[in-house]
Write a new protein. Structure first.
Length: 288
């Protein structure tokens, strides 16, 4: 097997020169040849897409993202398949495992939590497999920020409150402080900031926001295990959420939503259902 880093470099270089023809030929949601990288959704098996479910049901080998994929989903849809958790395995182990199974004629699926496109590290596995001659593709899923917003019964964009959404993560072992942009997003005022991979660092993140002079009354909601049976919502503000989360004791697997949309207050009726057609709006602006 080619060294995964060399494979990734080679695939990236090839992309710089030639566009992948499959971008033109195939659509998202289409079942294709090779190994699908499937978004399992946030947890509830019902939030797996129909295509994702069909692929998982017919798989012989399911490589999944460990505890972030609900074991109920695995029990319900692929109890007879071989199931392997990717936790603790590097590319050197995962790639030959999936390649060999695929080449021996077994149906292989790679199950990521939420959507593979958000903090999923899917592309590096796909590149390493493609370099070995194994085609891959993505089947999208419901990312946890969307499950959290559904739990909070809000919209991440909300007229008059939030015009933008940021999917972000806090500084830590894998992100340098200068690459932590949470303060900038919050400072923009009309952004709903969804913090992934930051449950353990909510206190420090809020302290930094306070030190930088952000409004301590800015709403923050933390949704632990959105869509799971043990889901819990902890609500507060930049000034209070750190202590509340500390009391609740969650250190992982939560979505932190910062901004007024988390509280669904103060929004304005949108043009769309307010005489929009009479204001000269175009069809493309009306897409909802
Ligand atoms: C490695 S990232 C994977 C994100 C995933 N690809 C997605 O689209 O949701 C893991 C982080 O996603 C968030 N997360 C995943 N599942 C969640 C859930 N059910 N409820 C809340 N947050 C979740 C947490 O912030 C967790 O630290």
């Amino acid at each position: 097997m080619t060294d995964p880093q060399e494979a990734i470099d080679a695939e990236s270089a090839a992309r710089a020169n030639e566009r992948d023809p499959r971008i033109e030929e195939q659509t998202a949601g289409e079942v294709q040849g090779g190994i699908p990288f499937i978004g399992a959704g946030p947890g509830d098996p019902g939030l797996l897409t129909v295509t994702g479910r069909e692929l998982v049901e017919s798989a012989d080998l399911v490589v999944h993202a460990g505890s972030l994929v609900n074991s109920e989903l695995l029990a319900e849809y692929c109890a007879d398949a071989e199931q392997v958790s990717s936790i603790g395995k590097d590319l050197e182990e995962l790639v030959p495992l999936m390649r060999d199974a695929h080449e021996s004629g077994r149906d292989v699926v790679r199950l990521h939590s939420g959507d593979p496109a958000v903090y999923g590290a899917a592309v590096e596995q796909m590149d390493a497999l493609e370099h070995e001659g194994v085609p891959t593709y993505i089947v999208p899923g419901v990312t946890s920020a969307f499950a959290a917003s559904a739990t909070l019964r809000t919209q991440l964009t909300l007229n008059g409150v939030s015009n933008h959404v940021a999917f972000t993560r806090p500084q830590g072992k894998t992100l340098d402080p200068e690459d932590d942009h949470i303060g900038e997003f919050v400072g923009m005022g009309d952004v709903t900031t969804c913090v992934y991979l930051g449950t353990h660092a909510v206190g420090e993140t809020m302290d930094r926001l306070l030190e930088d002079g952000h409004d301590p009354d800015t709403p923050v909601a933390v949704v632990y295990h959105a869509s799971w049976p043990d889901e819990e919502v902890i609500e507060g503000t930049i000034g209070t959420i750190g202590e509340r989360l500390e009391e609740a004791g969650y250190r992982a697997s939560a979505m932190v939503v910062i901004g007024d949309a988390a509280r669904k207050a103060g929004y304005e009726r949108s043009y769309l259902y307010d005489g929009w057609a009479n204001r000269g709006g175009t069809e493309s602006e009306a897409d909802d």
